[in-house]
Design a protein around this ligand. Structure first.
Ligand code: ASP
Length: 435
């Protein structure tokens, strides 16, 4: 009875978000209590919560990939799962980019009354840091993804939170773990399964503090950004938002319905804590523990599929980011009055696809990728300054889409692998244990 009266976690988080908007707006960055600003309190509490999530990433990805691959066994399953995952990542990212391309051409947010908007907005922000960061990079930057896949030192990769390196190592480790004599292999398999279970338990514990953490993170953003920054760029922000919305309420549900043969509404319900977490943290990497928890326990996807698709997805599959890069670059070109022919638009689409793979799942990571694309397309890199004011708000939205696409990938791939126990109820699988 008592548990029925207790508000479900996603409602608690939602209420926390609403309160945070009010509190952040009311306090701003200056107001305080006893010499301590509310802003610094938000930053402190939000930082603690983020650290707790990040603390779990390395052991959780490792354990999750190793147990997942072990679950695939020694048959042909590994290659099949791998190819499906790659096809899903590439095709959904491409669909997202094309959606962005359509909306930015349709709405043309960079053109105001037939004039390029750049002259109206001015370029006040200092962008030298971001531009410098992107210097010397090109579309070839994509190659660094391969370099990162093979780190020289796995311990350092783990210490740096370098996910791609950890993923390659864990994949190889697990591949051979199930191919050595059973006597030795089973010790390791048990060890990593225990590790996985423990990490999921700690994730649950951290999630108990989610309403407080989310409150602090959102209040901090609202206190520092406010809504004034959004107004001059409302048309650009609106275009990104509309395109992201289209991708998540039309494209993804269509894929879920026709390929996954599941009810998309159930998917939103199951993933709501992870989506809200992605929105508040602006980081797919930090959200990963929650995404894994929701996909396995609430959506009912097997550990075998989720632990393969999700960690990789959090690193390389970024639909929202790819879409954003495309819209941002074309908006900047419009604002400078530069005409983009078909060839250039094609170049932007392909570089957005490639760079979105290399973008890390951390806040504001796309900015550097956008400068890379601007440079590759011969557009003014300083144009990035036009969008900085609204980047944080849009980062929250695109990260939510990134995480949602990863979770849909897990569901769709699991369904094509013949799993039937998916999205039968939002909490029916709470007690599931990795195979
Ligand atoms: N913040 C995004 C993520 O973590 C990456 C980006 O687009 O900046 O998914």
């Amino acid at each position: 009875m008592i548990s029925m009266l207790k508000l479900q976690l996603h409602w608690q988080i939602l209420i926390a978000m609403i309160l945070a908007v009010i509190a952040g707006y009311a306090s701003g960055t200056e107001a305080g209590l006893g010499g301590v600003t509310f802003y610094s309190m938000y930053a402190f509490v939000g930082g603690l919560f983020l650290s707790a999530l990040k603390m779990l990433i390395v052991p959780l990805i490792t354990a999750s990939i190793i147990t997942g691959v072990a679950g695939v066994g020694t048959g042909k399953g590994f290659g099949r799962l791998g190819s499906k995952t790659v096809v899903y990542y590439l095709s959904t990212s491409l669909l997202a980019i094309l959606t962005g391309l359509f909306f930015v051409n349709l709405i043309a947010p960079g053109v105001v009354n037939g004039m390029p908007a750049g002259s109206l907005m001015g370029l006040e922000a200092d962008v030298s840091g971001i531009v410098e960061n992107a210097q010397g990079r090109g579309a070839v930057d994509f190659l660094t993804v391969f370099e990162r896949m093979l780190p020289t030192n796995i311990v350092r990769a783990a210490a740096d939170g370098q996910m791609l390196g950890i993923i390659t190592f864990s994949l190889l480790f697990a591949y051979y773990m199930v191919r050595i004599p059973e006597k030795y292999g089973s010790v390791m398999t048990n060890f990593w399964q225990a590790m996985m279970l423990i990490m999921l338990k700690i994730t649950e514990l951290v999630m108990k503090f989610a309403p407080i953490g989310v409150f602090a993170l959102v209040a901090k953003v609202v206190a520092s950004t406010g809504f004034d920054a959004v107004l001059p760029l409302a048309s650009f922000a609106g275009t990104v938002f509309l395109a992201l919305l289209f991708h998540s309420v039309i494209t993804m549900p269509l894929l879920l319905t026709f390929i996954g043969r599941v009810n998309p509404i159930r998917q939103y319900q199951a993933m709501s804590p992870a989506l809200m977490m992605a929105f508040s943290t602006s980081s797919s990497a930090a959200t990963l523990p929650v995404t894994l928890d929701c996909v396995e326990k609430r959506a009912g996807v097997s550990n075998r599929v989720s632990s393969f698709v999700l960690p990789l997805g959090a690193t390389v599959n970024m639909d929202g980011t790819a879409l954003y890069e495309c819209v941002a670059v074309i908006f900047i070109a419009q604002a400078y009055g530069i005409d983009l022919n078909m060839g250039l638009q094609f170049l932007i689409v392909t570089t957005a696809l490639l760079t979105s793979i290399g973008v890390a799942g951390v806040p504001a990571a796309s900015l550097v990728a956008i400068v890379v694309i601007l440079t590759a397309a011969g557009l003014p890199a300083e144009g990035i300054g036009l969008i900085l004011a609204v980047d944080r708000i849009l980062d929250m939205c695109r990260t939510t889409v990134n995480v949602f696409s990863d979770s849909c990938g897990a569901v769709i791939i699991a369904r094509t692998e013949g799993e039937t126990d998916i999205l039968k109820g939002t909490s029916g699988n709470e007690e599931s244990v990795p195979a």
